[in-house]
Design a binder for this molecule. Structure first.
Ligand code: FAD
Length: 299
């Protein structure tokens, strides 16, 4: 099937040569050949099966808040979720469980569960992601992570097959999920929450929000760049290795949180990659520790 035939069947939005810097929280990324904002899961399946026939690459993007995309962009189709349309339904299955589609922003999930008096998502306040991206990353904060409230996940495999996985079939650990080793689309998930009250939840949300104030919100970023090594904090090691405030091009190691690289204006992916390299070298030299990236890199 020719790409034009595929595109004519898409119900959602199709953009050509779209700059991905418009779709990543750090504001970096060259053009994608095609960026599709799917209307529904059929759009996603169409692109995936088309791609499996070997004709074109594809990449999923939620809110683009945990990725670094190269300055040359992406050759193929980017499937982008979370633009206020498509794949964002939230449905309560019973008193404690909700089924949520991948594009739903975490912020909306916190609000919806708070209204219902259901606890479990408060930790995610301030994490600017979609459910799909959060599950892929096993996003977390304050000793909680999304994986612990996931009961099951429905995915679309490369060949278009729909598969349901129970929590026992999914491995979640610190910033890791099974899905990082697959090219599957995380379509929807059932989350299991605990009974509480809206005011109790609001209180927890406020406490978690207060703790976030140290994070550098005044410049665009992709959140923490490196994973914390066991028993330590990447931010502490980076700061002690003298990297705070380092600048390359438009990218800077944040003054307020050394594990954030911020875009102070016109940053390129290559600037961020160079800074990451310097940080890794200096931390390795001073502490003998190899830092591992937390952000997903597509360069
Ligand atoms: C200011 C700031 C603070 C942050 N704080 C935190 C924090 O406290 N804790 C934390 O864990 N993270 C944090 N992050 C990082 C980020 O917000 C989270 O990891 C978030 O869950 C990523 O979701 P996303 O939708 O933006 O994913 P993206 O960045 O769009 O994608 C991340 C990865 O998931 C894949 N993906 C996305 N959707 C799907 C899907 N439906 N199916 C299959 N694969 C998919 C992408 O291909 C990519 O590999 C922060 C980021 C910022 C900018």
């Amino acid at each position: 099937m020719k790409i034009e035939r595929l595109l004519s069947k898409i119900k959602g939005i199709v953009l050509r040569n779209e700059r991905l810097s418009n779709h990543t929280s750090i504001g970096i990324g060259g053009p994608a050949d095609y960026l599709i904002i799917p209307e529904d899961v059929d759009d996603v399946r169409r692109v995936m099966t088309f791609s499996t026939e070997g004709e074109i690459n594809f990449l999923f993007l939620g809110q683009g808040s945990n990725v670094l995309i190269g300055d040359d962009g992406f050759r193929g189709i980017v499937l982008k979720f979370s633009e206020g349309r498509g794949l964002q339904s939230v449905c309560f299955l019973d008193s404690f469980r909700m089924e949520v589609q991948a594009g739903t922003p975490l912020k909306r999930l916190i609000n919806v569960s708070q209204e219902r008096g259901l606890s479990g998502l408060e930790f995610a306040i301030g994490i600017p992601g979609s459910l799909g991206g959060a599950i892929w990353t096993n996003a977390g904060a304050n000793s909680h992570a999304i994986g612990s409230i996931v009961e099951r996940v429905t995915v679309i495999k490369e060949d278009g097959e729909i598969k349901e996985l129970s929590d026992k079939e999914i491995e979640f650990s610190y910033r890791y999920s099974t899905f990082q080793d697959k090219k599957w689309f995380i379509w929807k998930a059932v989350l299991r929450l605990e009974p509480s009250t809206p005011s109790e939840i609001a209180k927890k949300v406020r406490i978690f929000w207060e703790k976030r104030k140290k994070q550098p919100f005044s410049y665009p970023s992709a959140g923490c760049v490196f994973k914390n090594p066991p028993g330590d904090f990447a931010g502490r090691l980076i700061e002690q290795a003298g990297c705070k405030g380092l600048v390359i091009g438009g990218a800077k190691v944040s003054e307020s949180h050394a594990n954030f690289i911020v875009n102070i204006g016109g940053a390129k992916a290559k600037d961020v990659l160079q800074l990451m390299e310097i940080i890794r070298e200096r931390v390795k030299e001073k502490f003998g520790i190899e830092l591992e990236p937390e952000i997903a890199i597509y360069t």
